[in-house]
Design a protein around this ligand. Structure first.
Ligand code: GLA
Length: 694
């Protein structure tokens, strides 16, 4: 009774009559033009086979200290450690040519290793540590420098592939004779284990979430030999699968150490499998260039060169050139500070709050590091949980929020309550940020401004949309209430999930909270470390989330299925309930159809048109609510040679992949004394540390 009369009073007070609502909506417009911002340094565009090939060379070379291990009988000769036809980096594509051995790379990261079972979902701490350890069948990072006509993933552990004539199957040929860092052969036993006991096992989710759907519903994999397998599809030529063989998705683990812990092979339990390789487990076998030999919690992870690495330069020098890699366990902000100061070697400058200071210091003539801005590919969105049928088993309050999230007027209210100009400027002033409408980024290849719908900031219009969504401040406390028949007309109360490891995530989340408060929506923050945020997200126990977008919104061809809820566990914001059911809204179904048509199409013009439709559906319906987008800068110490020009910090992958670290080197006169374990090599899996000769 009391609530009802309050509602009536509130309606009278604000003077809103149902018929007058339409007049108060501020209509969407064309998107804002991003302010001009020149990327520094253009890539030298090449075809993929100008970067590397697979070929036998007459002779091979290794660092002197590694040869000493061979001479002492502790390691087989280099010829026996390398594949018959190793991957050969061509000198013509090396910015500074063939390198010399020595020195190392000092990374600083804000994450922490949970353990080394990437395949059961453990994070290594990000910042390039997993990218460097876990090699994948194909490779995408360096595609930023590939001619558009040759755009297709690079081979990597898969050295070639062929489509069947009807496009219904793909034969993949692995590199032959490559070995894990402990000498065990890499072959289809590893593929078999990865596909059948990681991807296809519903009890196991690898770190980046690869599942059968990643390769198309109904896709199967058949092993046809020690170095070949065939994937069978239900639709012809799903070429995006080649991207799904790259980082994040098809990066097989060492089956010889993982298998015995997996329940299908006698392992105790799935939890025991997940925990079998804690962060203090040393010398975990990798196909990457460096192996973890030391971990001091909250201090450092140290990696030494992999003596079985299967890549060489054209002169036959086994890669990497750098003997050691450090991951200093600190904060992401400290990564910027240390890279600029020269006590660290590398940073993706991506937290706009530190731009002005980093730019100032890097411009000084004695600055130890180079700083180069790339395209505007760092962007944040506000994602709403769209599952109304039980993902994460919401309580009544959360369920009511899910229903609101699915209400177009509610989303329009939220987007028009956000002053994106002010939000961007709260991070950094100047030409960096621009109001991001959501969807594909301005300046990327599939973006089309005409197909982008932008809802301008308008508190009045936001209010009208909330009213149309059935929300009004019935109790006069300044916050909007649910209608009387929902939760007894209680205040709308939303929780916003954000990652506290980054200043930017936190600042944007706080900005959203303040702007929502001004619009009468009560939002509280759930700030968690990256690892915990990911766990809460994966469990579906969230209402809203501020999130740094993934690469599919830049490249489209990468992780294409993730552009829409194309499967039960694919989209960030909408996953299935325990029964596997996905309650798509009509516009989401349209998005799914467009994305599937894009995957099925081999006609470039049709693909362009499909992405225009996608962009319109996304931005008009506010699939996610864009916040801000801006360019990032690569900071790298000046002593490194072979840094490719124009390497973006984020495109097909992060810069840690883009700059091809195994090919970086330091001229002798510039080498610093950074090795903590000089003249050592990784030891046996699970043994305590690196091995020295005496
Ligand atoms: C984190 C960092 C990025 C990049 C990636 C690599 O997300 O914020 O800059 O280093 O890790 O995975």
């Amino acid at each position: 009774m009391r609530l009802q009369s309050c509602a009536a009073a509130a309606a009278l007070f604000s003077g809103i009559l149902p018929g007058a609502l339409a007049a108060q909506f501020v209509e969407p417009t064309t998107p804002p033009e991003p302010p001009a911002f020149e990327a520094q340094g253009e890539p030298v565009f090449v075809n993929r086979d100008e970067v590397y090939v697979y070929r036998a060379l007459d002779s091979y070379n290794e660092p002197e200290f590694v040869r000493a291990f061979v001479e002492a009988g502790l390691l087989p000769p280099i010829e026996e450690r390398l594949p018959k036809e190793p991957l050969v980096y061509l000198a013509g594509n090396m910015p500074d040519g063939i390198g010399v051995y020595g020195d190392g790379l000092r990374h600083v990261i804000g994450g922490r290793p949970e353990g080394w079972n990437f395949w059961a979902g453990q994070a290594y701490g990000w910042g390039g540590i997993d990218i460097g350890m876990v090699e994948c069948l194909t490779r995408t990072g360096p595609l930023f420098m590939v001619n558009p006509e040759d755009l297709q993933p690079f081979p990597n552990l898969a050295r070639s592939w062929e489509w069947s004539e009807d496009g219904m199957s793909l034969t993949v040929n692995l590199i032959e004779g490559a070995r894990w860092s402990d000498g065990d052969p890499f072959d289809t036993e590893d593929i078999d284990f990865y596909w059948n006991h990681i991807v296809m096992d519903p009890e196991v989710t690898p770190l980046m979430g690869a599942s059968q759907e990643t390769y198309g519903a109904g896709t199967t994999l058949e092993i046809t030999g020690p170095y070949s397998f065939v994937m069978h599809f239900t639709t012809p030529f799903p070429e995006q699968v080649l991207y799904a063989l790259a980082y994040g998705n098809f990066c097989p683990g060492p089956s010889h150490v993982l298998k015995p812990h997996h329940p299908a092979f006698g392992g105790e339990s799935y939890e025991a499998f997940r925990q079998a390789f804690p962060p203090d487990y040393m010398n975990f076998p990798v196909m990457g260039a460096w192996v973890v030999v030391e971990h001091r919690p909250d201090d450092i992870v140290v990696l030494r060169r992999n003596p079985y690495y299967w890549k060489v330069d054209e002169a036959g020098n086994q890669l990497p050139y750098l003997n050691e890699v450090h991951y200093r366990l600190s904060t992401w902000a400290d990564r910027d500070v240390q890279a600029v100061a020269g006590t660290g070697d590398f940073s993706n400058l991506e937290q706009a709050e530190s731009y002005v200071e980093a730019l100032r210091r890097s411009a000084e003539p004695d600055a130890p590091a180079r700083l180069a801005f790339g395209p505007r590919t760092i962007g944040y969105s506000l994602y709403m949980n769209f599952s109304a049928n039980g993902w994460g088993e919401p309580d009544a309050r959360a369920q009511a929020i899910r229903e609101l999230n699915r209400n177009p007027h509610f989303r329009m209210g939220v987007t028009q309550a956000i002053d994106r100009q002010r939000l961007g400027e709260s991070l950094v002033r100047g030409p960096f940020t621009y109001p991001y409408p959501g969807g594909l980024y301005a300046g990327t290849s599939f973006y089309d401004a005409q197909s982008t719908v932008f809802y301008p900031y308008s508190p009045e219009s936001a209010r009208a949309h909330f009213e149309a969504a059935g929300l009004s401040d019935t109790d006069g406390n300044g916050f909007l209430n649910h209608p009387a028949d929902v939760l007894g007309g209680a205040d709308v109360q939303i929780t916003l999930l954000a990652n506290t490891d980054y200043a930017t995530d936190r600042n944007l989340a706080e900005g959203v909270v303040a702007m929502m408060e001004a619009a009468g929506i009560r939002v509280s923050l759930n700030l968690l470390s990256g690892n915990d945020r990911d766990a809460v997200h994966a469990a579906g126990q969230w209402d809203w989330m501020v999130f740094r977008n993934a690469p599919e919104l830049i490249t489209v061809v990468q992780n294409t299925p993730q552009l829409a809820p194309t499967g039960p566990r694919i989209a960030l914001n909408h996953r299935a309930n325990a029964a596997g059911e996905l309650d798509l809204m009509p516009f989401e179904q349209e998005m799914v159809d467009v994305v599937n048509a894009f995957i099925a199409s081999r006609d470039p013009q049709e693909r362009v048109e499909l992405m225009k439709t996608y962009q319109r559906l996304y931005t008009e319906n506010l699939y996610a609510i864009g916040l801000t987008a801006y360019p990032g800068a690569l900071i790298i110490n000046k002593r490194f040679a072979n840094v490719p020009p124009g390497a973006p910090i984020f495109m097909y992958n992060w810069a840690e992949d883009n700059i091809i670290r195994e090919r970086l080197w330091v001229p002798e006169e510039a080498q610093i004394d950074m090795e903590l374990h000089p003249n050592t090599l990784p030891g046996a899996p699970g043994s305590p540390g690196p091995v020295a000769l005496d």
